[in-house]
Design a binder for this molecule. Structure first.
Ligand SMILES: Nc1nc2c(ncn2[C@@H]2O[C@H](COP(=O)(O)OP(=O)(O)OP(=O)(O)O)[C@@H](O)[C@H]2O)c(=O)[nH]1
Ligand SMILES: [Mg+2]
Length: 440
């Protein structure tokens, strides 16, 4: 389960609960633990964190004029942010940066991203290729420079990295000088020796270790080793997009004596940001900041006191309502979890308008019975054929729609106990955007 979804679903144990009591808090904490551990966060860290959350959440003396749900959400938010680190303040004056790290961690890519970042702050940038091992390192960095709009310096065929740095400095006029160094498959003396040489030739003010998130909590050990050997000023955690261990990597670095400075979330040059633990948690939970989150929890808690009616049955009709609501709210459908429901899968939210129109046509070609009882459709080829004909599409499209529905249905089963979900969605959307008349 991805970290954001797991955290949202844990919080829903509070925001979506009819009664918030010790049992609800314990359930939430248990789910938080499961999510964090499956994200490779260190077990001891998770245990300490959950103990603190439980204590603070149940401490009613801390309720200063806010509701109990808001209080608990704030406790979780603050503790998670604390566990993941702080906010990095980049230096914006003239300075020199050394990038180091193991093989393939994303140093060269990060060099381009950093160059673009400092350029966007109005600073000029020179990138020096001090990777003397990788066969095409020179050409790779040259290309990166072109993309980032930075000047390139390198000496083809030169085997002495420190010498390249010294020569580069002689011609450097730029505000920011970034040196890309060679990777190695393991932390060893030879690597440390080379890094020390480059670092002293450069006189680096910033030494960033580049670590790929997919190594999880091992990132902590790696950061500590490099820090001891060469004195890091920050860590760049890359590949957060493709790893289920990002939480483990970030928290482990935060609890070592190094600090996360930047994060990289994709191969493209713009997939890069200054690390800010609070903002990061906000994004995981689907809200830009704690204020927006608390505001939402407040409305949700008020709505939670609505009379709860019959348990919701998840039907095609309900699915379609959610789809439309989720689309309106964009890819951060985190709100669904806050309401105590499963997230609509991201690939479903990203469906194009054309697909939505097709779905609507498919639903409109169903009988009322079929809309209430989707398994009927799987049982009969004739029904599929009839619907496809009615909707002007292929049978495969109908099947695709059905499998989207079934995927969501499976997720909804976890939330079966939660009542009044649809009511809340309807209220939230003001009843305007959900055109039920078409579907009945
Ligand atoms: N998905 C994803 N891929 C990334 C990210 N950062 C880098 N990569 C990819 O990871 C691979 C290695 O990146 P490089 O920047 O060449 O890594 P390096 O540390 O310079 O590698 P060496 O110089 O060989 O040690 C490339 O295919 C990059 O496109 C990221 O944040 N997300
Ligand atoms: Mg490289």
């Amino acid at each position: 389960m991805d970290l954001g979804r797991g955290l949202r679903s844990a919080l829903a144990k509070i925001t979506g609960a009819a009664i918030v009591d010790e049992k609800a808090v314990k359930e939430m904490v248990k789910e938080l633990q499961r999510t964090l551990i499956s994200n490779d966060v260190n077990v001891k860290l998770v245990f300490e964190l959950s103990k603190r959350i439980e204590q603070k959440a149940l401490d009613t003396k801390m309720l200063k004029g806010i509701g109990v749900r808001e209080h608990i959400v704030k406790v979780v938010y603050d503790e998670l942010a604390g566990m993941l680190g702080e906010k990095y303040e980049p230096k914006l004056a003239r300075h020199k940066i050394l990038l180091l790290g193991l093989f393939g961690s994303g140093k060269t890519t990060a060099a381009g991203k950093l160059a673009r970042f400092y350029k966007s702050k109005g600073l000029s940038v020179l990138l020096i290729c001090a990777d003397v091992d990788r066969p095409a390192a020179y050409e790779q960095l040259e290309q990166v420079c072109e993309k980032a709009g930075a000047r390139f310096f390198g000496i083809k065929g030169e085997r002495d990295a420190a010498k390249i740095v010294r020569e580069g400095l002689k011609v450097a006029k730029e505000d920011i000088i970034i040196v890309d160094s060679a990777g190695r498959s393991a932390f060893d003396e030879q690597l440390v020796k080379q890094l020390k040489e480059i670092s002293s030739a450069l006189g680096a003010e910033e030494k960033f270790l580049v670590i790929s998130a997919d190594i999880g909590q091992v990132a902590g050990k790696q950061a500590a080793e490099f820090h001891e050997a060469v004195g890091l000023t920050g860590v760049i955690v890359t590949k957060l997009d493709g790893s289920g261990k990002g939480g483990g990597a970030l928290s482990a670095v935060a609890s070592s004596n190094a600090k996360v400075a930047f994060i990289s979330t994709g191969e493209k040059i713009e997939d890069f940001a200054i690390f800010d633990a609070q903002k990061f948690v906000g994004r995981l939970l689907g809200f830009p900041d704690i204020e927006a989150l608390l505001e939402k929890v407040k409305t949700v808690s008020e709505e939670a006191s609505l009379p709860q009616d019959i348990p919701e049955k998840f039907t095609i009709k309900v699915f379609y309502e959610q789809l439309k609501a989720a689309k309106k709210m964009g890819p951060l459908g985190g709100i669904f979890s806050m309401l105590g429901a499963a997230d609509v899968p991201q690939d479903v939210v990203r469906q194009s308008e054309k697909k939505m129109a097709q779905y609507e046509a498919i639903i409109n070609s169903m009988t009322k019975e079929e809309r209430e009882d989707a398994p009927l459709l799987r049982k009969s080829k004739n029904r599929l054929e009839r619907i496809a004909k009615g909707a002007g599409c292929k049978q495969e499209d109908v099947k695709e729609f059905l499998s989207q529905f079934e995927k969501m249905d499976g997720m909804m089963n976890q939330f079966k106990k939660n009542r009044g979900f649809r009511k809340r969605i309807e209220k939230m959307m003001g009843g305007k955007d959900i055109d039920l008349s078409k579907l009945t």
